[in-house]
Ligand binder design. Sequence first.
Ligand SMILES: C[S@@+](CC[C@H](N)C(=O)[O-])C[C@H]1O[C@@H](n2cnc3c(N)ncnc32)[C@H](O)[C@@H]1O
Ligand code: SF4
Length: 335
Amino acid sequence: MKNISPKLARGIMVNAIKNIARKKPLAISFEITHSCNANCSHCDKNGIIKDEKLAPPERFDEIYQELRPVFAQVSGGEPLLRDDYLDVVKLFRSHGTLPLVSFVSNAALMTPDKYLELTKAGVDQFSFSLDMPDERHDKNRAIPGLFDHLSDIVPKMAAMGYHNVAMISVIRKQSLPYLVDIAKKAMEWNASITFSSYTQLRTNSDEHSLKTEEDFKLLREQIGKLIEMRRKGACIINSEPVFKNMITFFETNSIPNCRTGYRHHVVNPDGSFVPCAMHKVNFDTHQELVENFTKKNTCTACYVPLRANTELSVKDLLSGFGVPYLRERFQRNGN
Ligand SMILES: C[S@@+](CC[C@H](N)C(=O)[O-])C[C@H]1O[C@@H](n2cnc3c(N)ncnc32)[C@H](O)[C@@H]1O
Ligand code: SF4
């Protein structure tokens, strides 16, 4: 994971506190296209969309400037399918060290050169999807050779030394026995790993859902091992509170008090506002989203990273960033 300087940590804290107080999002996922070159069995974004209405990069930046989230995630669909993905990143970065920009991709079109270009343009963190620790990844994504491609490019990108390469893996019934193996594969490639939770709301199918007591037992075992690995220094991004909530989510099929609109939300390729990738109700403004969705929202049906990482308690949210800041103050005061 990339090191965050004390100065940047302070900026993140101030920005986060401001946005929590203003009821403005901490993170926005900009889904810059819904076209995709994959056909994942667990996702609803499959195939190329003809004549898709795409907002220009300036529209995404305008939304950033209005709401000033700490995190701007560039995602999709597959963001590398757009010709102007670099411009989106450059515009976000033009405001300084914030927002922190993440880039989520299946990496089929990624090359070390494109990675370098994106890093120099201002991406702080890449998340490349990895569904299985071997060639079964290709079958799940319907992209032959994708696992070999990742095995080739991920170590090359990680070796450039920017510490910003992570894999992202959805926990679902089919991947459940292999979570530790997936983490070890990421580490073998010198990348970090983050886990997310399958939501059936996206596909309207429980094919990938965890249902039995046996599933939950395996989940607890695998997550227990991941937490142990993390305590010993493995680059596993999920915090322990997030891992614990994931277990609750799978066991009860619910995490209450969704804060979409206040802590996070999604922007569609055409520049409209949606609560998330699951609820496809469009709004023209953030205020309309809050008035017409957030204030009436009783949905409890996902625990995707956008939600998981922004709905932690203020204490859990800030501790990660606050500690380096306090350390700096401590050292500066000579205490
Ligand atoms: C929608 S994709 C977009 C970015 C890119 N195309 C990719 O595959 O990484 C973002 C992440 O959402 C995950 N995802 C897709 N369907 C999901 C579902 N039903 N529940 C939870 N996560 C899902 C994907 O596996 C991927 O890691
Ligand atoms: S819990 Fe919130 S973010 Fe998740 S599906 Fe429901 S409305 Fe969307």
